[in-house]
Write a protein that binds this ligand. Sequence first.
Ligand SMILES: [Cu+2]
Length: 134
Amino acid sequence: MQCNADGAALMSVMRRHVVLALLAFAATAAALDVQAAELTFDLQLQEGRVPESMRLIRVKQGDVVTLRWTVDQPMLLHLHGYDIEWRVQPGIAGSVTFTARLTGRFPVHAHTVVRANDHAREDSPLVYVEVYPR
Ligand SMILES: [Cu+2]
């Protein structure tokens, strides 16, 4: 009988440890969730414009942001401030992923691809990325 009672006490202690471990895990997961999110935005360009409802992208500092573009003409896209450039083509979803380290408001605009590395022509911004402090 004594042996069974000890066994029950031991089980009780073990259960407590499992619960504490689960709580610790949940706390870690919550902390990570507060720190950063992975966000993907789908942007469809038609006749050189993004629909108005998609023109403002709001994220928080530290978020990992993916902009996935569908376009109707080849272009070179440019995220100012972060100075990231990437090429997109019709028929291929062109993505760019970056970590939003800088806060502020950053325009993305297109450099129509006439020749390689043509920077002569800059159109007005397609979208703005707004990065808020966490
Ligand atoms: Cu530019």
